[in-house]
Unconditional design. Structure first.
Length: 172
């Protein structure tokens, strides 16, 4: 009887430990990924569909000092102050983000434009970015229909990113 009781206690402890470890690893990997939709008004503002997340409108769509990157080179830097936004205009330019650059120090959001579904295959490993000390958001614009699962698979090692936004944009 004592043997069965000990076996039961050990089994329960192991099961509880396994459950806690798995739930912690799932929580550690979860990111807040939100799809943005065009607002109901004509001002062009964005809204979150089904949640009360605070969308940093001014940061995503305002006139902030910005770095524009395409074809693995910096095309333009706007504004008088240190850039807060980096706009990655193609997925072939990820390598430039691995090079340390003082311009990246105050960047709070990286906006990535994906032109076609095959761009999702060129995954971005956020842990390899260098010098993005203030990075809090990633904003992915899909010029095709995409979903949260695809965005989650596209971005790797995003544990230090507060929030990921994505939007499906129908090019005209």
């Amino acid at each position: 009887m004592k043997y069965n009781f000990n076996k039961l206690v050990v089994s329960l402890v192991l099961a509880l430990t396994f459950t806690l470890l798995n739930s912690n690893s799932v929580l550690a990997q979860e990111n807040s990924i939100y799809r943005l939709y065009d607002g109901d008004n004509n001002s062009g503002s964005q809204q979150r569909a089904s949640s009360n997340v605070n969308v940093p409108e001014n940061l995503l769509h305002g006139k902030n000092p910005t770095i524009y990157i395409k074809n693995a080179s910096i095309l333009n830097v706007t504004g008088e102050e240190s850039p807060k936004v980096l706009k990655l205009l193609d997925t072939a330019s990820f390598n430039i983000l691995q090079n340390s650059n003082a311009l990246y120090n105050n960047v709070e959001v990286i906006t990535i434009t994906l032109e076609r579904a095959s761009d999702l295959n060129n995954r971005l490993d956020v842990s390899r970015l260098n010098g993005f000390n203030a990075l809090r958001y990633i904003y992915v614009k899909c010029l095709f229909e995409c979903n949260e699962r695809q965005i989650s698979g596209y971005l790797m090692n995003t544990e230090n990113i507060t929030t990921i936004f994505y939007k499906v944009v129908n090019p005209s």
